[in-house]
Design a protein around this ligand. Structure first.
Ligand SMILES: Nc1ncnc2c1ncn2[C@@H]1O[C@H](COP(=O)(O)OP(=O)(O)O)[C@@H](O)[C@H]1O
Ligand SMILES: [Mg+2]
Length: 260
C-alpha cells in the first residue's frame, strides 16, 4: 500500500481549501480509510479546525521540513482514522529560506517514511503560489482545486494551471489535476448555476459532479474544533463532503451505511 497524496490548492484565499481539506479528510476516514492531513499553511486553520492549538516551534509541519521525524509530529483526532500534522506561524519562514535555495522536494522527502502507512495523505496549502504551495504540488499525486461559485471564480485559474504545468514539466511529472471542486454553491441562483456551468465547460470531465453548498454548519464547525460530520452529520455540508469522498474514491453510495 502506498498513500495517495493529494494537495488542496488555489492561490486565492477564502475559496474553501481548508474546509475541504478537513472535511474530505474526515469523510475518507469515516469511509474507513486511514488518512493523514498535513496542515501546510502557516495560518494553521486545519489545525485549529480540528480542535488543536497552533503548535510551538518544533512541533508542526515546519519542523517536519526541517528534518523532525514525521511520526513525532502526528496527532490523533476525534475521528478514529484521521491524523494530522499541525501547522503554526513558523512555517511562513519556509518561503524565505527556500527562496534563496530553491528546493521543491522537502515535503515529498519528509512524507516518505509514512507513505506506506496511510491510504491518503491530504495537504492543505496557503493562499499563494510560493515555495510552500510548490512543495505541496511537488509532493502530490493529485491536486484538487476548490473553486467558489462566484463571479470571479475562474480569475487566476490560468496562473494556477500554468504552475501545475511547470511542476509537471519539472520536479513532479506524475502530478495530475484530480478535479475542480465547486464550493459555496448557492442553490437555485442564476449566478451560481451560470458559474458552475462555465467552469464545467472550461474543464470538461475535470469538475466533480458533487458540489459543496453554502452551508452555515460548515462555517460553524471549525469553531467547535470538529469536522462538520462530527458537529452536524445531517447537515447539507456534511452530506456533501461525504458524497464527494464517495464519488472520489469511486464507491457506491451504499457502502458505508453508518454515515448515510
Ligand atoms: N460551503 C461553505 N459554506 C459556508 N461557509 C463556508 C463554506 N466553505 C467555506 N466556508 C467558510 O468560508 C471561509 C473560507 O473558507 P476556507 O476553507 O478557510 O478557505 P481557504 O482555506 O481557501 O482560505 C471560512 O470562514 C469557512 O468557514
Ligand atoms: Mg485555508
Amino acid at each position: 500500500m502506498s498513500a495517495k497524496i493529494v494537495a488542496l490548492a488555489n492561490q486565492k484565499g477564502g475559496v474553501g481549501k481548508t474546509t475541504s481539506a478537513i472535511n474530505i479528510a474526515a469523510s475518507l476516514a469515516m469511509l474507513e480509510k486511514l488518512v493523514l492531513l498535513v496542515d501546510f499553511d502557516p495560518q494553521g486553520h486545519s489545525t485549529t479546525g480540528l480542535g488543536f492549538r497552533k503548535p510551538d516551534h518544533n512541533a508542526g509541519s515546519y519542523a517536519l521540513i526541517k528534518g523532525a521525524p514525521i511520526e513525532s509530529l502526528v496527532l490523533t483526532t476525534e475521528v478514529p482514522m484521521l491524523r494530522v500534522v499541525p501547522a503554526g506561524k513558523d512555517l511562513a519562514q519556509m518561503e524565505f529560506e527556500l527562496f534563496e535555495l530553491p528546493q521543491l522536494q522537502e515535503l515529498r522527502n519528509a512524507l516518505q517514511p509514512v507513505i506506506d502507512h496511510y491510504d491518503y495523505i491530504l495537504i492543505d496549502s496557503p493562499p499563494a503560489l510560493g515555495m510552500i504551495t510548490l512543495n505541496a504540488l511537488t509532493a502530490a499525486d493529485e491536486v484538487i482545486v476548490p473553486m467558489p461559485c462566484e463571479f470571479f471564480a475562474m480569475d487566476g485559474l490560468a496562473e494556477l494551471a500554468e504552475t501545475i504545468r511547470r511542476i509537471q514539466a519539472g520536479p513532479n511529472p506524475k502530478l495530475v489535476l484530480g478535479g475542480i471542486l465547486l464550493t459555496m454553491a448557492e442553490e437555485r441562483t442564476n449566478l451560481g448555476e451560470a458559474v458552475a456551468s462555465e467552469v464545467r465547460q472550461a474543464f470538461p470531465g475535470k469538475v466533480f459532479q458533487t458540489s459543496i453548498p453554502r452551508n452555515i454548519r460548515l462555517a460553524e464547525a471549525p469553531s467547535h474544533g470538529k469536522p462538520v460530520a462530527f458537529y452536524d452529520l445531517k447537515s447539507k455540508g456534511a452530506q456533501a463532503y461525504l458524497n464527494l469522498a464517495r464519488e472520489w474514491i469511486g464507491l457506491e453510495f451504499n457502502v458505508s451505511k453508518d454515515y448515510s
